[in-house]
Write a protein that binds this ligand. Structure first.
Ligand code: NAP
Ligand code: F7E
Length: 326
C-alpha cells in the first residue's frame, strides 16, 4: 500500500486529493496545523480513512517529524496562504508560508530521505499567478515569469526551489503550474464561489446584491477534481518535470457572473452587482490562458468539466447548501 502525505489537507485541493488517493488504494496522511483546527472534523468526516498529522509549513522541525512519522512514498505540497488579495496586506506571512514553506518541505524530505530504492517523490503546487503580467498568450512551461503580487513572488520562489532540489539532489520533484481551478469546495473569498454563493442567496431571497471589484479580468477556470488527477499523474512518471495544467479557455469575471445568473434563471444581472474599489488589487493580472499541450501528450490528461458545467455545478451546490441552512 503506497503512503502519501498531503499538506493543505483542509483546503479545496487537499480534500479532492485525499479522496482521489484513498480511492486509488493509498494510505493517506494529511498535515494539519494549529491547535484543535476546526476543519479537522470536516476532512475526517469526508474521508474516514484519512489520518491527520500535526505540522506547520512555518516550522521545519514539525515537517521533519511528520515525514519521519509517515514515511511517505509521495508528498503533495498543497498548503499555502493562497489568497492573492490578502497577500498584499500580509506579504511577509505569505512569503513565509507560500515561499519558504516549500523550501522547508523540500529540506524535510532531503533530511529524512526515504528508502534508497524508493526515494520520496514530491509535488509542488505552482501557479499561473507566476506569469502575472503575461509575456505571451497562451502561457506554457517556457513563458517567463512576471509575478504581480506577493503571492505570485512567493510561488516563483517555491517553484525555482523545487526545480533546484531536482537538479541539485536528484529529488523526484515535479511542479504543476496550475491555472485557476474551482468547485463546490472553493473558499468563499475567491471570486467564483463568492458569485455562485451570492447568486444562490439572491435566488432564495437571502441577499440583495453581490459586491465585487474588477469584472474585466480574464481567467482560465477549470474544475479542481480534474486538476488533482493531473497532479497524481505527474508524480507517477519515471522522470519528474514541470507541467502547465489548464483548460485552454479564458473568460472574464463578468462572463462568470452572466453564466451564474443564467443558471439561476435570473434576468438583468447588472441590477444585482455593486462595484467597490476595495475589492480591486494594487496590481492586477489581466489575462491568463494556459497551453496544456505538454500535459496532454505526456500525462494523457485533459480537462473534462467545461466552463458552463463548472458554473452550474457550483451554483447548484450553493443553492442546495443555502436552502438547507435556511
Ligand atoms: P486553499 O483552499 O486556500 O487551501 C490552503 C491550505 O493550506 C489549507 O489547508 C490551509 O490550512 C493550508 N495552510 C495555510 N497555511 C499553512 C501553514 N502555515 N502550514 C500548513 N498548512 C497551511 O488552497 P487550494 O485552492 O486548495 O490550493 C492548493 C494549492 O494550490 C495552494 O498551494 C495554492 O496556492 C495552489 N494553487 C491553487 C490554485 C487554485 O486555483 N485553486 C491554482 C494554482 C495554485 P488551514 O485550513 O489550516 O488554513
Ligand atoms: O480572483 C477578480 C480579481 O481571488 C480572480 C488563487 O487560487 O488562482 C486564484 O487566484 C479575479 C481577479 O483568484 C473580486 O481581481 C473581482 O482578477 O478568485 P480570485 P486569483 O487571484 O486568480 C490562482 C491561480 C492561484 O494560484 C491563487 O491561489 O477576480 N475579482 N472582484 C475579485 N476577486 C475576489 N477574490 N473578490 C472579488 O470581490
Amino acid at each position: 500500500m503506497k503512503r502519501a502525505l498531503i499538506t493543505g489537507i483542509t483546503g479545496q485541493d487537499g480534500r479532492h486529493m485525499s479522496q482521489l488517493l484513498t480511492d486509488k488504494g493509498y494510505q493517506v496522511f494529511g498535515l494539519i496545523r494549529g491547535q484543535n483546527n476546526p476543519k479537522s472534523q470536516i476532512v475526517t468526516q469526508e474521508n474516514p480513512a484519512l489520518e491527520l498529522v500535526d505540522g506547520d509549513l512555518r516550522d521545519l522541525s514539525s515537517l521533519v517529524a511528520a515525514v519521519e512519522q509517515v514515511q511517505p512514498d509521495e508528498v503533495y505540497n498543497l498548503g499555502a496562504m493562497s489568497f492573492v488579495a490578502l497577500s498584499f496586506r500580509q506579504p511577509e506571512l505569505t512569503a513565509d508560508i507560500t515561499g519558504l514553506g516549500v523550501l522547508r518541505m523540500l529540506e524535510a524530505i532531503r533530511i529524512v530521505g526515504g528508502a534508497e530504492n524508493n526515494p520520496i517523490r514530491f509535488y509542488q503546487a505552482s501557479s499561473s499567478e507566476m506569469f502575472g503580467q503575461v509575456r505571451e498568450t497562451p502561457q506554457n512551461e517556457s513563458t517567463p515569469f512576471h509575478p504581480r503580487s506577493p503571492y505570485g513572488v512567493a510561488k516563483v520562489f517555491g517553484h525555482h526551489m523545487t526545480v533546484n532540489y531536482r537538479e541539485s539532489y536528484g529529488l523526484h520533484a515535479s511542479t504543476g503550474i496550475c491555472f485557476n481551478h474551482e468547485g463546490p469546495r472553493r473558499g468563499l473569498e475567491f471570486v467564483t464561489r463568492k458569485i455562485t454563493n451570492g447568486v444562490a442567496r439572491i435566488k432564495l431571497g437571502l441577499q440583495d446584491t453581490i459586491t465585487l471589484g474588477n469584472l474585466d479580468a480574464r481567467r482560465d477556470w477549470g474544475y479542481a477534481g480534474d486538476f488533482v488527477d493531473a497532479m497524481w499523474r505527474m508524480v507517477q512518471k519515471d522522470k519528474a518535470s514541470d507541467y502547465v495544467i489548464a483548460t485552454g479557455e479564458t473568460h472574464t469575471v463578468q462572463e462568470f457572473i452572466e453564466r451564474a445568473f443564467a443558471a439561476a434563471e435570473i434576468e438583468d444581472w447588472e441590477r444585482y452587482i455593486v462595484k467597490d474599489p476595495r475589492f480591486e488589487r494594487p496590481a492586477e493580472v489581466d489575462l491568463l490562458l494556459g497551453d496544456a499541450s505538454k500535459a496532454r501528450s505526456e500525462l494523457d490528461w485533459d480537462a473534462k468539466v467545461s466552463f458552463e458545467e463548472l458554473v452550474t455545478m457550483m451554483y447548484e451546490n450553493d443553492l442546495a447548501e443555502e436552502s438547507r441552512r435556511r
